[in-house]
Structures are given as structure tokens and as C-alpha cells.
Design a protein around this ligand. Structure first.
Ligand code: DGT
Ligand code: CA
Ligand code: CA
Ligand code: ZN
Length: 585
């Protein structure tokens, strides 16, 4: 089990103990241990192997034993027993914004509420409001929290589903009865959040494949299982569907279950216009609905299906019925940016602000992954909760970066760190550093981190003012949204894009799975205006380097090519591009 998962379980134990009203010192021990482990960079597996767990601060011998069990066994009986000793609905309640462990404990003990539905009823019949600590305002917040949870609670961010789905896909690929398999659904289309996972398999004997699918160790419950399909609930509340078809049906089923629904309707319509019928079983020479194999137009892959409908191959990311048919008819689809085109990230943090790694470690990680450059853009002074840097510390950081670069140069390695700042756009639209200072930075990312409550006019003006500053290269995460958690502040994104077009300012596609901001639906507009994209990890720890991979998926969904994305440039080309706005404005 990985460090992050161990930390999560320890934190959950702390929460469960709090609901049970256990001794606060014991609770604190788990919370502290979780936090300590979150900060450990080296895999726990190695630390345990070398008997060095005792070196982690705040990890007494009892906790060391539990951590060892978690890492080596993948679960902890104490944790399982604790979970089993409380109604499962209480854990669901904890996911409602506004319901912390203390509040869950209160409603469980005093009102005997066990589920989110109970909680909602208690909000409505007035019993919750009478409970001490729950005024009318809190009740209102809890009700809103429940509604929010209903809307968003059954969707998942890409970091959660991407690896999970690929592991399942690998498992399917290894199964002896599987001829071909792929991921379908919204994940294959690279939607920014995913409802459930969809898999399609070609097989002559699907039974054993379905048996394997429902018996995976992380399956919590089997929702349905038949001869050709199964649905399961996985740990973390993620649902996965599997469809087994014949090899001849495979490309049709894959296309059908990749969707989107709107795209599928467009495809079916095109088939009908050509005197054909398209469904999940095939493309048929028929004027009525059929699945007669005799009538099937043979297609080995999805490519052949598109060709049969007089279309260029449409990559899954573009299958949303947002102009892809028109473009594919004219063979005018863009050649989408590839993950391997990426040369680095221009918005990243280090332990000089709120990141976890030192400059040296950040450089080693980025260089190790084969990137050519990596900008250090720690927070500016007004972000004091994030330990933002003032001018003095930033000047010191330049020296430290130069030293790191020196070592790479001496080693004959091309990799370089770039100096920079993620400078706060303050409430009036003013930046956190004066122009003379910004001029000394290689990369300036300007972002809003405070004062989210402004009107649309104010927020839009703040961003436009930042774009108009000649030293600002990039506007960072322009809507401030946190996917499934917090909506965007009010902003006219098109007006901001227009300002970026007028000033030569680049817009970030923040690849953190919590953000994916700017939204993919607007890139087509930005691209038509000539605005360039920068896909940034916003990495605060080195695991986040992998976000670039996710960001490229979403950039593809925005129709972007290598030429639309600045950080596909080589270091030399990038330096030129960075000078352009400063020399022109
Ligand atoms: P999700 O899971 O909510 O993130 O979104 P999808 O797109 O993965 O939706 P899902 O899992 O319900 O279905 C997978 C694909 O199957 C979907 O993209 C299109 C196709 N599909 C499912 N039901 C229908 C339907 O009733 N009509 C059509 N035309 N296509 C469907
Ligand atoms: Ca799905
Ligand atoms: Ca599905
Ligand atoms: Zn940042």
C-alpha cells in the first residue's frame, strides 16, 4: 500500500474514533501520524524494510505496528473492526460539506440518525435545528451540502479513476479468454470528471472474463452479472461496467459505449442517410433495426466504421457532437497534441512556499522523467498561508536555482529550472510585485487566490488587468474552480480570452485533476483567437508531475495541437517566446 493511502486510513481512523467519542490524545495520535506520513517522500515499504519507521516523528511503537500491517497486508483489522462498529451511513454523512466528525457524533448519539436520508429528514422536520450547535444557518448549510453531494457525489476526478481503470484494463488484457479490450465511456473521451468506468472486451467465451471481473479484490459489491455484461461497485464508491462481445462486434461496441450519446446520435443519423443501420452490434446493410451478422459491413477497427460513414477517424476526445462531424467530413480534424510532445511545466511549487520538495529534488524528479525544463513559480507574498515569497526571499531563490542549474550544466545535462513566480492578482487587479521586479523573473504566472466574492465585472477586470501587464506570461487557473468541490468565481471567460488574444498572454490549462482549468469547452474559441495554451501541473509534490499526462488528455479534448501548446517548445524556442510579449508591449 502506498504512503498516501496509509495516511488516508490513519486519518479515517482518527475520524471514526472521534465519532465514537474516544480519548482526544488517541485521536490526535492518529491525526498526527497521518500528517507525518503524508510528508514522507520515500516509499514506506523501503523504510519498513530497513527498520527505520521509528525515525518518523510522532509514530509510537503501536502505530508503527499498524503502519507495517497496512503496508505489508494492504489492510488493517483494527480499521475494519472500527468501521464495522458504526453504521456505514455515518461515513457517507462525513462527506457532506458542513458535517465534521463532531456533528456526525452529535446527530448519531442524540437523534439516532444513521444515514444521509435520516439527516435530510431531520433538517426538514426541524429536529436538527433544536440540537445544540445546529442553528438555522447550519441546517441550511447541511441541506445545501446534501444537494451538492447528490449532484457531484457520484462523479470522480481523473486522478482517482485513471490508474484504477488502466489497472483493470491490464488485468483484462492478461486474461487468456480476452482477444481485445479497451476502456470506453467518458474516461476514454477524457471528460474532466467521470461517472462510472466502462470496459469492452472481445471474447469467444466471456464467462470466465466476467467471473474474473466481479472477483477483483477491490470489488465491494456486484450490481449485476449476466452472460455478456457485469456491473460492480469498487472501493471508493466507483462503479464499473463490463461488456463482452464477439470480435466482429468489438469495434462497434467500443464506438457505441465510448459515446457520447449526442455523438452516437450523429453517427446513427449518418448511417441512416447512407441506407445503413448503426448500433452497438454493427453497421448493417439494412433499412430497419437489425443485428443479423449476414448484413454487417465488415469493420476491423473503429477507423473502418468512420470510413464507411465518409468520415476521417474522430479521436475519442472529440466525440461530443461539438463540430467534429463537420471537420471530419472535410478531413480537417486537428492532429492533437501528444503526451510525448511535452517538454516541461511552467507552473510548479517547491518547499520555498507550500510545495513538499526542495529545488534539488524537484529538478531531479522532472529531469528524471525526461523533461527539458521546469519553472519554479512559488506563491508571492500575499499568499501568506501558502508561505508566499517576498522580493527578498525570491532573490535568494534565484541564487539557489542558479546553483542547481550550474550542477546540471557541469554534468553536461540540458535540463534547467526556470525562475518565476505565481504572482497573486490582488483585489483591485494590481499584482503582488511591482513591474521592475517582475521583469527579473523568467516566468510570471498571475493567478487569483483571494477575494473570490467579487462581481463578474470585477473578477473579469482583475484578470484582464493582469493580462495587460507586459511582464505576465500566463494567466493561471482562470476560473478558480475546484472540481466536485467549489464552483468557479463569477467571470466572463470569453472577455478574458479576448484580452489574452490582444496582449499575447497565454492561458493555463491547469492539469491538477481538481482544476482542469480553463475548461476544455473554451479552448476551441481561444485557439481560433490565436491564444496559446500552457499545460501546467501546478505540482506541489513530485507525484503531481504525472498530472501533465492527464492535462494533455483534457487539452486534446479542447482540440489543441502541439502548435497551440507553448510547453511543447524546446528550451531555446521557449526563451524566445517568453521575450516576445515583453519586447512588443
Ligand atoms: P459518465 O459515466 O456519466 O461519466 O458518462 P459516460 O459517457 O461514460 O456514460 P455511460 O457510462 O452512461 O455510458 C457509456 C456510453 O454508452 C455513453 O457515452 C454512450 C453510450 N450510451 C449509453 N446509453 C446510451 C443511450 O441510451 N443512447 C445512446 N445513444 N448511447 C448510450
Ligand atoms: Ca461511464
Ligand atoms: Ca456505464
Ligand atoms: Zn500554483
Amino acid at each position: 500500500m502506498e504512503n498516501e493511502a496509509v495516511a488516508e486510513i490513519l486519518a479515517e481512523i482518527g475520524v471514526l474514533l472521534e465519532i465514537k467519542g474516544e480519548n482526544p490524545f488517541k485521536i490526535r495520535a492518529y491525526v498526527n501520524a497521518a500528517r507525518a506520513i503524508e510528508n514522507v517522500i520515500e516509499p514506506l515499504e523501503f523504510i519498513i524494510r530497513d527498520n527505520r519507521l521509528g525515525e518518523i516523528k510522532g509514530l509510537g511503537s503501536a502505530l508503527q505496528e499498524k503502519v507495517t500491517t497496512l503496508v505489508t497486508e494492504g489492510s488493517l483489522p483494527y480499521h475494519e473492526e472500527l468501521k464495522a462498529s458504526l453504521p456505514a451511513g455515518l461515513i457517507d454523512m462525513l462527506a457532506i460539506p458542513g458535517m465534521g466528525p463532531k456533528k456526525v457524533k452529535a446527530v448519531y448519539e442524540q437523534l439516532k440518525l444513521e444515514t444521509v436520508e435520516d439527516l435530510e429528514a431531520a433538517c426538514q422536520d426541524g429536529s436538527l435545528e433544536k440540537l445544540s450547535g445546529f442553528g438555522a444557518k447550519t441546517v441550511q448549510r447541511v441541506l445545501e451540502g446534501i444537494a451538492f453531494h447528490r449532484n457531484f457525489g457520484d462523479r470522480h476526478r481523473l486522478d482517482v479513476v485513471y490508474h484504477l481503470a488502466n489497472e483493470i484494463l491490464e488485468g483484462l488484457g492478461r486474461h487468456p479468454n480476452v482477444l481485445r479490450c479497451d476502456i470506453a465511456g467518458s474516461l476514454r473521451r477524457w471528460k474532466e470528471t467521470v461517472g462510472d468506468l466502462d470496459f469492452v472486451v472481445a471474447s469467444r467465451h466471456g464467462g470466465p472474463v466476467l467471473d474474473w471481473f466481479v472477483a477483483q479484490p477491490n470489488v465491494i459489491s456486484v450490481l449485476a452479472k449476466g452472460d455478456t455484461k457485469a456491473s460492480v461497485n469498487l472501493e471508493g464508491g466507483i462503479q464499473a461496467d463490463l461488456r463482452v462481445v464477439s470480435d466482429a462486434e468489438f469495434p462497434f461496441a467500443l464506438a457505441y459505449f465510448t459515446g457520447s450519446k449526442e455523438h452516437n446520435i450523429g453517427m446513427r443519423q449518418r448511417a441512416i442517410e447512407r441506407g445503413l443501420r448503426l448500433n452497438e452490434y454493427g453497421l448493417f446493410r439494412s433499412k430497419t433495426e437489425t443485428r443479423d451478422p449476414e448484413l454487417r459491413v465488415p469493420c476491423k477497427t473503429e477507423f473502418d466504421i468512420f470510413q464507411a460513414l465518409d468520415l476521417q477517424y474522430i479521436p475519442p476526445e472529440l466525440r461530443e457532437d461539438r463540430g467534429e462531424f463537420e471537420a471530419a467530413e472535410k478531413i480537417a480534424l486537428p492532429s492533437l497534441v501528444e503526451w510525448t510532445n511535452m517538454k516541461g511545466s511552467l507552473h510548479n511549487h517547491s518547499d520555498w512556499s507550500d510545495g513538499k520538495q526542495t529545488l534539488e529534488e524537484v529538478a531531479a524528479a522532472a529531469c528524471g522523467l525526461g523533461f527539458s525544463y521546469w519553472a519554479i513559480t512559488d506563491h508571492s507574498k500575499s499568499s501568506f498561508v501558502a508561505n508566499g515569497l517576498d522580493e527578498k526571499r525570491l532573490l535568494k531563490q534565484f541564487v539557489a536555482i542558479e546553483e542547481v542549474n550550474q550542477r546540471y550544466e557541469e554534468a553536461g545535462t540540458r535540463f534547467r529550472l526556470l525562475t518565476g513566480s505565481e504572482v497573486d492578482i490582488l483585489s483591485g487587479g494590481r499584482l503582488d510585485f511591482p513591474d521592475e521586479f517582475l521583469a527579473q523573473l523568467e516566468i510570471v504566472v498571475a493567478s487569483i487566490h483571494q477575494g473570490f466574492a467579487g462581481s463578474e465585472e470585477e473578477m473579469t477586470k482583475r484578470l484582464i488587468q493582469a493580462a495587460e501587464n507586459k511582464y505576465v506570461h500566463i494567466l493561471g487557473h482562470i476560473t478558480g474552480r475546484l472540481l466536485l468541490e467549489r464552483d468557479s468565481y463569477k467571470i466572463n471567460q470569453r472577455a478574458v480570452i479576448d484580452a489574452c488574444a490582444a496582449t499575447g498572454t497565454w492561458i493555463e490549462l491547469n492539469a491538477s485533476p481538481y482544476r482542469m482549468d480553463m475548461d476544455w469547452r473554451l479552448w476551441h474559441y481561444a485557439k481560433d483567437k490565436g491564444v496559446k495554451c500552457v499545460i501546467n501541473t501546478d505540482a506541489h509534490r513530485f507525484e503531481h508531475c504525472s498530472y501533465l499526462r492527464l492535462g494533455v488528455g483534457v487539452a486534446r479534448k479542447g482540440w489543441l495541437t502541439r502548435h497551440d501548446v507553448v510547453n511543447t517548445l524546446t528550451l531555446r524556442q521557449l526563451r524566445k517566446a517568453l521575450d516576445w510579449k515583453r519586447s512588443k508591449l
